[in-house]
Design a protein around this ligand. Sequence first.
Ligand code: DHB
Ligand code: FE
Length: 315
Amino acid sequence: MARIIAGIGSSHVPAIGAAIDNGKTEEPYWKRVFSGFEKSQEWMRETKPDVAIVVYNDHASAFSVDIIPTFALGCAAEFPPADEGWGPRPVPVVQGHPALASHIAQSVILDEFDLTICNKMEVDHGMTVPMNLLFGQIDKNSHWPCPVIPLAVNVVMYPPPTGHRCFMLGRAIRKAVESFPDDLRVVIFGTGGLSHQISGPRAGLINSKWDKAFLDNLSKDPQKLVKIPHVDYMREAGAEGIEMVMWLIMRGALDDKVDEVYRFYTVPASNTAVGHIILANRPRGAKGSKAPRKPKPAARHKRAAARAKVERIRS
Ligand code: DHB
Ligand code: FE
């Protein structure tokens, strides 16, 4: 059985990608950002997931404003980097996992989430920047360390999906993964955010108090976040802060109780608050996890004694 072992939240600021691609990661401004991901890269190297599902948003790179799917799942064998205006980023082509992706599409659609199935798709910074932050800089002629299933979410044109819908889609993805027969250890990324607004009179808006409360609740009390309406994200986190609903798909795919492995927050990168979190599911059967636990020996003995008594009475 496949299993989601951890969720990763990460901002996807395009300037981070430009800093990597142009060799600026050691400059003090950027070092502050990248040093916050060193432990995460170490965790990723140790964790060695078999597959990553990356929930991200396309920025009119693969989809123009002509066609805007709310949820689009990448079922292709590979996903080339998109040309975002300066040519494609020099990163490897992303290898997909068509068997697991098709299985997720079937399970989730039959569970009444109407996904768009993408058998051909390019991917932009929304996906490749968080992958660089977690997997490190990788030569474009080399390959990413594991296959990736992209899940693109519309957060660029009103109306995006609600936080509740996103969380429930995460639940459906978890069910889909757990009904896949191969033993795969899967991680799921929620990307975008945190607070930022790129244009208009409030351009440059950052709300650290809101961001930190979001990270706290994501870790400990996600049901509080599920109820937040779009207008609150817009008011408190800026127009592009709405990207944060994508983190709720990641959180919905995890168990109710998780262990916070790592967190990082810094302001700013470009005009954006950078947030990052790693949440791990507890091993099945551990305290606080939902898996059925074996009865305690004392309870087992009591039950066996009761059964023996019934048998004695019957005979
Ligand atoms: C910027 C763009 C993004 O898509 C984002 O999520 C954050 C920042 C930018 O243009 O700076
Ligand atoms: Fe974005």
